[in-house]
Structures are given as structure tokens and as C-alpha cells.
Design a protein around this ligand. Structure first.
Ligand code: SF4
Length: 288
């Protein structure tokens, strides 16, 4: 039987070990090979963060490209360095994506910033070396795999809850394990993050993964860290984690097509979005 969240939360050691065991059994690959692949993924994420924080080059449609750098270089009146770092890292990765730079889909390109934002953001804040992120990233992959067995991880089928919600769940579990949380805590961090993304619609302006996607990754990287903090403190999801995934799948089916990446509703049909699409030479498919 494929792993469920219920299996994962009963693991005696770190949840990532159970995920890795399943992966090795399914693929026949060696442990060393899989971990080396994960190191490679981390390196791509790290480089995307570094490039994104320095660049203010506009994205393909010109709606984003400078936000991560702006936040990163701004004064911080809140005196909340973790908050700023996590958001800036996440947005840096997504602005790289919007410029067609190299990123790691985690689980998708549109939601690629949340996991590196939260994971590297927390690690750098606490001075944790990158090597210690390898197993938490394995766990993040396992979380996505469990969710993807119940729902297509795509805004076009499940709304943004299926993309950014999944990325926040992955990030929350990974951060929890990184900070020494039990398997149970990691799984519940994922569930807490996921249940608070339910219902989120996919409405990118002009179909470009720019607005609201870039800032949304910033917000949801913080959301993931909050879920990890709650789980590490002992808070658990009242709804069992696997049931949260089922709720996500049902909500995805209930969402109207207008709110699933069709450009026919939500932010994509606001007057400003319509004007922008027309400027780009397109015809917005909005009804009014
Ligand atoms: S709004 Fe749609 S395109 Fe943008 S991140 Fe969410 S699911 Fe992806």
C-alpha cells in the first residue's frame, strides 16, 4: 500500500526516512543516488534565490521582477528578519520563474518559491548548513506525493489550493523536521498548512504566472513556517491529515471553471487585469 499521512505520522524516526524507504523500493535506485539528486535540487534552489534577490529585471509580461529585491533591500520597520528573509527568498525564486530562469518545481513552477523560501529562509536565519536540508527536502517530496494521489496538483484542476496549498504543506513538514520535530509533528504541520489554503482560487492575470503568484509564494512561505511553529509547539490538526487532503480534492471539484486558471474570473477579470491583457495584445475571456 502506498504511504498515507496516517502511516507517516506513526514513523518512529524522522518521517523523511519512511518516504525515502518507499522511494527506494519503488524505483530500485540507491540511497546515495537519491540523496545526491536532492543535493542537486537544493543547489538549484539556492542559486535561484541568489539570482532573484539581486535582479530587478522585469518578467516576461512585465508585471513582476523587482519585488524580491525591493523587499530584501528595504528597511525592516517590523524588526522581523525571519519574516523578511523567508518572503524575499520565496519571491526571488518565483520571480526567477517568471523571467524563465531555472528553478525547481516544488511541486509546480508557479508554487516553486514556497519550499525554498521557508526551508532556506529558516536555515539561514538559524545558521543551519545546506547539507541538513537534504532529508527535509525528501520529506517535502513525500508530502507532495501523498497529496498527488488524491488530487491533480495543478491550478487548472484543483485551484491554487492544489498548488500553493501543497507547496505550503511540503514546506511546513520540511521545516518541522529540520527543527527536530517528530514525524507526527511534521505531518500535522503539513495538514495545518494545507487546511488553511483550502478554497484558494487560481486566477493569474493574463495566464502569466506573475500576479498574484509571486507575492502569494511569499505569503505562503510564511504560512508554512507558522504551521511548523504551531506543530512544534504541540498543536495538531483536529481533522486527520489524510481527510484534509480529501477535503482539498472535493473543493477542487466544486470550484467553478472560472476560478481554475482559465482567466475568466477572480483577479484575472478585474479592470486593471483586463487592460493589461489588452496592452499585451490579448483578448481577456471575461464575461463582463
Ligand atoms: S494562482 Fe494559479 S498559476 Fe498562480 S501559483 Fe496559484 S495555481 Fe499557480
Amino acid at each position: 500500500m502506498p504511504l498515507s499521512f496516517a502511516d507517516l505520522e506513526k514513523a518512529e524516526g524522522p518521517a523523511s526516512e519512511l518516504v525515502l524507504k518507499e522511494e527506494l523500493e519503488e524505483t530500485g535506485l540507491s540511497r546515495e543516488f537519491v540523496l545526491e539528486v536532492m543535493r542537486g535540487r537544493l543547489e538549484v534552489m539556492r542559486k535561484a534565490i541568489e539570482r532573484g534577490l539581486k535582479s530587478d529585471a522585469p518578467s516576461v509580461a512585465g508585471m513582476v521582477g523587482w519585488n524580491a529585491k525591493t523587499l530584501w533591500e528595504a528597511e525592516d520597520p517590523l524588526k522581523a528578519p525571519l519574516l523578511k528573509r523567508v518572503q524575499a527568498y520565496a519571491m526571488a525564486v518565483n520571480e526567477e520563474n517568471a523571467r524563465m530562469g531555472k528553478i525547481v518545481a516544488a511541486p509546480t513552477a508557479g508554487s516553486a518559491g514556497t519550499v525554498p523560501g521557508a526551508l532556506f529562509g529558516v536555515a539561514d536565519h538559524l545558521g543551519i548548513p545546506d547539507e541538513r536540508l537534504v532529508m527535509p527536502l525528501v520529506l517535502a517530496g513525500g508530502v507532495a506525493k501523498i497529496i498527488s494521489r488524491q488530487v491533480f496538483i495543478a491550478g487548472a484542476t484543483g485551484g491554487c489550493q492544489a498548488e500553493i496549498g501543497a507547496s505550503a504543506a511540503m514546506a511546513a513538514a520540511a521545516v518541522t523536521e529540520l527543527l527536530g520535530g517528530s514525524a507526527e509533528a511534521s505531518v500535522h504541520a503539513a495538514a495545518l498548512a494545507l487546511q488553511n489554503a483550502l478554497g484558494l482560487v487560481c486566477d493569474p492575470v493574463g495566464g502569466y504566472v506573475e500576479i498574484p503568484c509571486v507575492m502569494r509564494n511569499g505569503f505562503f512561505s510564511v504560512h508554512a513556517v507558522s504551521a511548523a511553529q504551531q506543530a512544534l509547539a504541540g498543536i495538531r490538526s483536529f481533522i486527520p491529515p489524510d481527510e484534509v487532503v480529501l477535503a482539498l480534492a472535493k473543493i477542487g471539484r466544486l470550484l467553478p471553471p472560472e476560478l481554475k486558471e482559465t482567466g475568466r474570473g477572480g483577479l484575472a477579470c478585474t479592470p486593471t487585469a483586463v487592460r493589461k491583457v489588452q496592452e499585451l495584445g490579448g483578448t481577456p475571456p471575461c464575461d463582463d
